[in-house]
Design a protein. Structure first.
Length: 502
């Protein structure tokens, strides 16, 4: 890569279902966050290539009671980000509850409380459009067959311009079954361009699908359809679902995802132009590009969403998310550095997938090593804390207070079908109740675990292949827990978390 080009993916981690807008000279991106909290990440860029995480738009998932425990297949699906009348707007579908909307005059918030725009099961991937020519407002959404029994359809509504209500019962405006060869039509993004209503929407499924474009003179159709981006002979499988954005100089670009197994949905940037036939042309005449000339935008310093954290004052950075709505007291601020997590009492200590009090961040998309220092401050037998790779299968390494009163290094895992964890290696004594933990993530998200109790790093257990978690990629997580019982169970302190390239 030279200073004049960029290499895909531009976001090499799980930023699922990205959508992007430009406001002035700034670009903003949001993505699916499913059941993790806070939700709706907000990223900023000045050049569409270098991105930083500036916050989240959703502090807690609603209805709050539904997200007391992890829901990796629920929550926030495929949001749309828009800017209208000096306000930022995000619409998203929760497949179990309906279509929600929030808005704010400032990207960093505060955002309004979630407003339920359309209740129902299986309503996903909404996108609004305010037609500047007519003053009309519209909404299009897709359907999740797992909740509604319906798929491959796009439904359109007229919407009140203030975004608070829909003005009709809705109509199927695109029936994917009527387009030869198309299936799983979803993720629509609605635009006006050159006198047409445009819907940029993926089809064909997340791993092997393609990006489609549909156009009509009237919002309610009929729509013509065309495939505008597909894998062809590249190694970018299923290139689709994302956002179109135009730079101040008039260049068009398209950000989309590629499903990469345990790494989740990484984000690529494709050049875009309008062909002589009036249809959009993405990438290299419809095939994804790997390296390309930078957008015509002011040069920016290299940047990427943060990963490392020293936890100053016990606070954790924006890159961390809980696996469910958090409760007071899980993490406590203090005068020093280091993350102090309470050993939360639980009957689900045998299965990290059930715990809401895991603090997580995305698995990096390139070979990397994650390290953290851990000290266990609990005298409770069975109290434990550690560093985990969390997915439909999980593995972790950490410390546990034994029945003999001593602290041991333990390494456990559970395969996808297992209902409880088991040992991946024999326990080792940790005389001072502290350890440095390391997980090396190699090609294919194959993970090796290490511990250091003062004599240098030692490998532990066999290689563990990370897996996706629900619809998202695997996560790195920190946790502290204790068996059920009464009273405070102590805490664990994590320090100097870092991720380095291998």
């Amino acid at each position: 890569m030279t200073s004049e080009t960029y290499t895909n993916p531009v976001l090499n981690a799980d930023w699922s279902d990205p959508d992007v807008i430009r406001v002035g000279d700034d670009f903003y991106l949001t993505a699916s966050s499913f059941g993790r909290v806070p939700g709706l990440p907000l990223l900023h860029s000045g050049d569409l290539v270098n991105w930083t995480l500036i916050g989240h738009a959703l502090e807690r998932l609603q209805p709050a009671g539904e997200f007391r425990t992890p829901r990796p297949d629920g929550g926030v699906w495929a949001p749309s980000l828009r800017h209208h009348q000096d306000r930022f707007w995000i619409f998203w579908g929760d497949p179990d509850h309906g279509i929600f909307q929030i808005n704010t005059p400032e990207i960093r918030g505060p955002w309004t409380r979630p407003h339920l725009l359309k209740a129902g099961r299986g309503l996903i991937d909404p996108c609004p459009l305010w037609d500047e020519e007519t003053g009309e407002a519209y909404l299009v959404h897709a359907w999740a067959k797992s909740r509604s029994g319906i798929k491959n359809r796009l439904t359109g509504h007229r919407m009140h311009p203030d975004g608070t209500e829909l003005l009709d019962e809705g109509k199927v405006i695109v029936d994917g079954d009527r387009i030869p060869g198309w299936f799983t039509l979803e993720g629509p993004k609605l635009h006006r361009h050159d006198g047409w209503f445009w819907i940029l929407a993926p089809a064909g499924g997340v791993e092997t699908g393609w990006q489609g474009a549909l156009r009509a003179r009237d919002f309610f159709g009929p729509y013509e359809a065309k495939v505008v981006l597909e894998q062809r002979d590249t190694d970018v499988n299923g290139p689709h679902q994302g956002g179109w954005v135009r730079t101040p100089s008039g260049e068009d670009w398209f950000l989309h995802f590629q499903q990469r197994g345990a790494y989740g949905r990484v984000v690529h940037l494709q050049p875009m132009r309008w062909g002589e036939d009036g249809w959009p042309v993405l990438g290299d005449d419809g095939a994804p590009i790997a390296v390309h000339t930078l957008p015509d935008l002011p040069p920016q310093p290299p940047a990427a969403p943060a990963t490392d954290d020293d936890f100053p004052g016990g606070r954790f950075g924006r890159q961390w998310q809980w696996t469910a709505n958090p409760q007071p007291g899980w993490a406590t601020q203090h005068s020093g550095d280091g993350l102090r997590l309470a050993c939360v009492r639980t009957a689900d200590a045998h299965d990290l997938r059930r715990l809401p009090n895991l603090l997580t961040q995305r698995l990096p998309g390139t070979p990397s090593a994650a390290e953290v220092e851990l000290r266990l401050h609990s005298e409770e037998s069975g109290a434990r804390a550690g560093l985990a790779v969390l997915g439909d299968a999980f593995g972790w390494i950490g410390l546990q207070r034994g029945e003999d009163g001593a602290v041991h290094v333990v390494h456990r895992f559970a395969e996808e079908v297992a209902e409880r964890e088991r040992d991946a290696a024999h326990a080792r004594l940790a005389p001072e109740g502290r350890v440095r933990l390391r997980i090396e993530i190699g090609a294919g998200a194959r993970c090796r675990f290490f511990y250091d109790i003062g004599a240098g790093p030692h490998p532990s257990g066999p290689v563990f292949a990370a897996t996706p978690w629900g619809w998202g990629g695997a996560l790195l997580g920190l946790f502290a827990l204790a068996p059920t019982g009464g009273g405070h169970a102590g805490a664990a302190t994590f320090a100097h978390f870092g991720i380095d390239s291998l």
